[in-house]
Design a protein around this ligand. Sequence first.
Ligand code: FAD
Ligand code: MG
Length: 512
Amino acid sequence: TVGTGFLAVTGFVGWVYYKIYQESHPIEQEPQSPVFPTGEKKKTLVILGSGWGAIPLLKSIDTTLYNVILISPRNYFLFTPLLPSVPTGTVDMKSIIEPVRSITRRCKGEVQYLEAEAVDIDPENNTLKVQQSTTVYSGHSNEDSSASHLTKSHEHGLDLITAKVKYDYLVVAIGAQPSTFGLPGVAEHSTFVKEVSDSARIKKSIVDLTEAANMLPENDKERKRLLHIIVCGGGPTGVEAAGEIQDYIDQDLKKWMPEVAHDLRVTLVESQPKVLHTFSPKLVEYTNQIFKDTNINLMTNTRITAVDDSYVTAWHKDSNKTEVIPYGMLIWATGNATRSFTKIVMSKIDAQKNAKRGFLVDEHLRLKGSENIYALGDCTFTKYPPTAQVAFQQGEYLANYFEKLQKLASLKYKIEHESHPTEMLQHRAEKLETKLPKFTYNYMGSLAYIGSEKAVADLAWGSWSNVSAGGNLTFLFWRSAYIYMCLSVKNQVMVCMDWVKVYLFGRDCSRE
Ligand code: FAD
Ligand code: MG
């Protein structure tokens, strides 16, 4: 048994080593070309985005079938489910991102990547206008994203380059931006939980606030304000952010700055009657209990109606009373708004003009009113929720769909160019055309971390089981599931190492 154990361990380590080797080395790629060897024109497939929709699409599609161009201002994929763990240092920022080029350089066929943002489109002439981008912004509903109002990069005095890009097929996977409900002050005074730059900001705020408060006497009003963190939004992201910060307070800060940790308070504000409202009532109740135990102050049925630099105005629906609440840091995690490029595309396609919350797509994820533009993920408005789970499945679906579409095109080309096309060929083409796959969503369940090493899970595995669970075991499951879902072995290894590091040495609260 010692022998088999040894074999198993070496086998596993060898496999991990092989995967890591694979991931860190580019492969020889078939170059892009205007035509296939048969003479058929090779079409250009442009993919916008490098998130949960675009990257799984790119990873699954046979890139020798199209000239693929990927365009995104963010030159890495971000594993969003673990982003709330980053501000407190439970997980390191670099552990949950994967460079785009380490993906594009390992596709079978050459893929071009442009670090740019789509800023305009001419659907009649199948042309995009893109602009170089040097910063990743979360963006928000009152302000357009980076490129539309910046034409110079501040760092280098560089004029940002724009370019025209032609496409035969376009896939829009640009996601959404944080919604502020048009509330003034939110964008200026709060931090979102959307991009890694947001977590860096939260981390810096936590250090600043605790150190500033430390210089003030106990019972000081300003000290109290500084040590109040408000999280707005009771969905999984807000709950996880609050839970992680409370963990940091309880598990680390209490050891190293007990006086400050004692006064630090986290409040979660939710406008609905309950948090995590898509989870089963039992789990919502469980979450409430854990929040009570860990001292997270929960305000449900409460709406923030105004935001100032040091206080928010909150309206309690039940008592119809308004309260002014001072805060040191405000974290805004309340859902999605449409990006400006999405609105631009909508304004140019008649069938999309009435769409408000996202693109309207058919069962092939093709934009209604367009022949060759597709969209998926958070930039669409469908019966599916705006989750990574949906975007991922849509990305994989589109990879399969585009492969079939190209097969069909090749068949048709053959039929046209052969002097005596056989009936069999025509039959095959017809069959392929009527059998182009349609998107179906396979819901696997929902998971959320709620703090103090506890998680909640609503699982739907097959039609026969429907499990909902909460607690420490679920936390282990949550961790395993997220490791499993990471898109690269590098990320899997690094996240595990981060967890071990925190287990051994605690979280690091020094400045970066
Ligand atoms: P995104 O992943 O947001 O990708 C959009 C991409 O487009 C980005 O690369 C962006 O840089 C790029 N882009 C933006 N504008 C342009 C432009 N003009 N031109 C070109 N490119 C552009 N979902 C789950 O299922 N489970 C979870 O546990 C979970 N946790 C989450 C935690 C957090 C903190 C957050 C923020 C989200 C979480 N989600 C989760 C939701 C999930 O991340 C989104 O639903 C998912 O990312 C949507 O994928 P997408 O491809 O549509 O958009
Ligand atoms: Mg995407």
